[in-house]
Design a protein around this ligand. Structure first.
Ligand SMILES: [Mg+2]
Length: 128
């Protein structure tokens, strides 16, 4: 079964590069440009296994989306959430983890870093 990943970032170039990596790893990609779109995507595709989530976005930021999504009973554990952000401060990281994020990736990222984080959060992917 192909697992779905929701890639949430207001920067198109980030969505493309993350999407390219994740597609190669065998995932189906769904994109959102902000937290509001991401929230709508989760309700349209409740089987999404993983969210790769930017922090700074217009309309609704990644943190606000995370809190709103985890408030829904069916999303309290899944999907897994990996923050992908330039918010490098430890307080921000702790705040996101406390709100239900599972891991944290600092930009810039590469395929091996993404794979390491998928291993940590327990999401299976195609290995070559
Ligand atoms: Mg951003």
């Amino acid at each position: 079964m192909t697992q779905k990943v929701l890639v949430v970032d207001d920067a198109r170039v980030v969505r493309i590069s993350l999407g390219r990596i994740l597609k190669k790893l065998g995932f189906e990609i769904i994109e959102a440009e902000n937290g509001k779109e991401a929230y709508e995507a989760m309700n349209a595709h409740p089987d999404i296994a993983l969210v790769m989530l930017d922090w700074n976005m217009p309309v609704m930021n990644g943190y606000e989306f995370l809190v709103a999504m985890r408030e829904q009973e069916r999303f309290s554990e899944n999907p897994r959430v990996i923050m992908v952000t330039t918010e490098t401060g430890m307080p921000s990281m702790l705040k996101a983890l406390a709100a239900g994020a599972d891991e944290y990736i600092m930009k810039p990222f590469d395929e091996s870093l993404v794979c390491d984080k998928l291993d940590i959060v327990g999401i299976a992917y195609n290995r070559e």
